[in-house]
Design a protein around this ligand. Structure first.
Ligand code: FES
Ligand code: FES
Length: 218
């Protein structure tokens, strides 16, 4: 979709598009534009650091019904107390405040919550956190930083592979996993590989272009 400045004859550069999205992301963080806040994962974790509940779980105040667990996320080990029924998705978002991973359907059907578990993509809404204490979990925040984006994140920006951004972190996590999976070279392979990641905005052509650009240079 073409984007234009106030001067309708002058198309936006990639940098200007990125700047616009960075602004929208900040606006979303203020509660002004909820949808725009989801763009943050595209340029990696732009959210400010928040205090994370850590420490010896045995020494933590015991909320009735919670259990102590150890979770390794983005290379960091976290000692937590959680509801034993908590999913990886809810633990990431609500306990660790890693909100780059999105909750769409919460039923394993949209792919918005895709993370890597031991290097393989998985729908985090379907996984119990308490059963993944020995796993290496990677989220969009662990993939790159705004200063040093993963090539797939940079490609999504370059190819305008998102609109509202809600599906984007899941799309990127699936696309990165795809790089290590035995798929063919064609656009059809990309569409098939990412078919579990739904984009309600219909950014699919640009997503495919972004993924292919990385695959060609991999
Ligand atoms: S939120 Fe997990 S697949 Fe939709
Ligand atoms: S960019 Fe909006 S859902 Fe995919």
């Amino acid at each position: 979709m073409a984007e234009h400045t106030d001067d309708a004859s002058k198309p936006l550069t990639s940098l200007e598009k990125l700047s616009r999205r960075s602004f929208l992301s900040r606006a979303g963080a203020m509660g002004v534009a909820t949808a725009a806040a989801t763009v943050a994962p595209v340029v990696a974790s732009a959210e400010p650091e928040r205090p994370q509940p850590q420490g010896d779980p045995a020494a933590m105040p015991e909320t009735p019904g919670t259990i102590p667990i150890t979770l390794k996320v983005n290379g960091e080990t976290h000692q937590l107390r959680i509801d034993p029924r908590a999913t990886v998705l809810d633990t990431l978002r609500e306990t660790l405040h890693l909100t780059g991973t999105k909750k769409g359907c919460d039923h394993g059907q949209c792919g918005a919550c895709t993370v890597h578990v031991d290097g393989r993509r998985a729908n985090s809404c379907l996984l119990l956190a308490a059963m993944h204490q020995k796993a290496e979990i990677t989220t969009i925040e662990g993939l790159g930083t705004p200063q040093k984006m993963h090539p797939m994140q940079a490609a999504f920006v370059e190819h305008d592979g998102y609109q509202c951004g809600y599906c984007t972190s899941g799309q990127i996590m699936s696309a990165v996993a795809m790089l290590h999976e035995p798929w063919g070279d064609t656009d059809t392979d990309v569409k098939e590989a990412l078919s579990g990641n739904i984009c309600r905005c219909g950014a699919y052509p640009n997503i495919v272009a972004a993924v292919q650009s990385v695959r060609r240079h991999a």
